[in-house]
Design a protein around this ligand. Sequence first.
Ligand code: HEM
Length: 316
Amino acid sequence: MSSQRVPIASQRIDAPLTSSATFLVVTATSKPDSITTIRSVLAGLDGLAKNVSIRDLNAHFTCTVGIGSDIWDRLTGLPRPAELHPFKEIKGEKHTAVSTPGDLLFHIRSERRDICFEFERQLMDQLGDSVSLVDETVGFRYFDVRDLLGFVDGTANPVGRAVPSSVLVAEEDSSAQGGSYIVIQKYTHDLASWKSLPIEQQEKVIGRTKLDNVELDDAESGQRSHKTLSTIEDENGNEHDILRDNMPFGSPGSGQFGTYFIGYTRRLWVIEKMLERMFVGYPPGLHDRILDFSTPLTGTTFFAPSASLLASLDSD
Ligand code: HEM
């Protein structure tokens, strides 16, 4: 993907929503050659991706890598993206957006679960003991891109030319051009209590109708819907979109039902503002009611540098 203003090859952030995805978060270990190994694996990621994607070109395989704030300097030795910092915990009156560790995120997407699996297997072989696992979540498409709350998820995402201008850093931060900030949160849902809420109430929580996905009007005051709370304007009244690639995950046998939230953005402050409005509330005290049924287990910020920067990581 490239924007007219960003002549640098970015990673495949704009890849289409697939029917399978793996979200892999790891931290670097303190082994003496960890950083060297990680650099060389990241620089060779394109080759690794080719090994796997050639086996079924129709499976639309992509892997996006995000680098965490704590490891950025050691790993890249390059100027820090202007907004990159660790995920800040947000404590609302009732709900908390927790901050959890993570040096690297691999967002692995494909139409085929086996292709995601095979890539991750070869990747972990290469990384060896240079990393330790923080979280591995396997997401799947649920019918017509619904989350496990039963709503169509991803509708308001930017499309076409609006994608690069929403997600790729441009001339405002020249050394980070072509990159994108990523925020992840792994949520689990209390489906039993969500299901006890009448559908009309659920629709008010989300801000769309459940069956046919029609947008409801924004509330002018009082309790706002999830859709309204996550619509962000700057001081000049410009709305700033982000790109979400959320996936359901879970295990009915063990009663786990979740949504893995992943947002890509050109401006980290936009996602941070969304989170503040969700957890603290807007006005403060009136938090996003989705949180009464959804608990974040993780919260981590990464920066996905351009593909060219990744490829140059092992050149001294
Ligand atoms: C439990 C986790 C979450 C679930 C189940 C969820 C679900 C949804 C659904 C069903 C919609 C309406 C359809 C759509 O436009 O996609 C929506 C909209 C949206 N959500 Fe979420 N969401 C979650 C967490 C988050 C978080 C953490 C953020 C940002 C920090 C976020 C940002 C947005 C945005 C920007 C929109 C579009 C608003 C607009 O209409 O412009 N969501 N979400």
